[in-house]
Design a protein. Sequence first.
Length: 416
Amino acid sequence: MTNTKMPFVSSQQIEALERVFPTPFHLYDARGITENARRVNAAFSWNAGYREYFAVKATPTPAIMELLRAEGCGMDCSSLTELLLCEKLGIGGDEIMFSSNDTPAEEFRLAHKLGAIINFDDISHIPFYDECVGEYPETMCCRYNPGGKFSIANRIMDNPGEAKYGMTREQISEAFRMLMQRGVKHIGIHAFLASNTTSEAYYPELAAQLFHLAVELHEETGAHVAFINLSGGVGIPYRPGEPMPDISVIGSGVKRAFDDILVPAGMGDVKIFTEMGRYMLAPYGCLVTRVLHEKKIYKDYIGVDASACDLMRPAMYGAYHHITVCGKEEAECDHLYDVTGSLCENNDKFAVDRMLPEVEVGDTLVIHDTGAHGRAMGYNYNGRLRSAEVLLMPDGSAKLIRRAETPEDYFATLDF
Ligand SMILES: *Cc1c(COP(=O)(O)O)cnc(C)c1O
């Protein structure tokens, strides 16, 4: 079997980039990001108020955020620094959704100052917000957790009953009343019930549940439900041969539920929001790394110059990331390897028992689908410094959009 999943750059392009940017680095595809954002917007264009709020935590890099903003996306923030990142970029008001949990007071204060749409994760955050901010904007949001298990066609997708997020059914009614008492005029509903699912039925099923909930809450409390935020969770095919979920099919499925449930209830003005990270970015980034060593003991190990500090998903979740050996795209995958980083942690492996073409020291590997939750999840264990980020422009040129960390960065927090 040869390697069937191809990177978005050719090995010639990678070779040219490597002459300018030392490995390891994350590479992003500006054209891919923009075209995908347009497909997402088109899929929901039937809804007048539709907006994708990019989950900043997936790739908190200004150049990437700007690309998405140019396509009309807002930003979904969940921490102080993510809010500050938006502030520095001049992003504010309803361009920001603040979906956090276990939220510190200063973050509510900054979100309020920026005019963000604040999504309360818990009913107890309302009295907490009374204390730390006190002043309510006209539009707020509540996060819902239906408990139990979330399934589609008898297939369990996830286990909300075990998740720390959101409010129960009783609490969300009460939260709506509390917000209305505080002068809030428009309320949104948010829920995140499945993670990294490639099922095209996920959003439509989630939407149907939230639309029914919206009708009930409107009837119970008289509240104006302004928007439904379907949050993230739409997955991508990490393995070769898996299908990419078709966002236009997903958008039509949500429209069907909208027409069936909200329109007859006289609630056809509800806006649809999404808050995707992975689907917006993951396929449009890769980690470029060079082979430093080959080691043959009880297994064959390929040691590269990147580590779990640059991409944690394989170490943390055993996640699959496809690997292409540059220049050997057409070669037979007839060698069995573990591909490792240098951390003193045996889980620092980008691949375990992976069939690849014969790999040699000096080869360049492209680790696929690192555009979301890649560099962003990096850390500094073993004193490893995190890699640079490079943006491949539509005209084929490349820009450094984040330099690699230096020892000075690592020492900056220390007191000598
Ligand atoms: C992580 C997260 C997202 C994005 O999830 P993806 O699976 O990357 O699409 C959206 N909203 C919230 C609140 C999140 O925590």
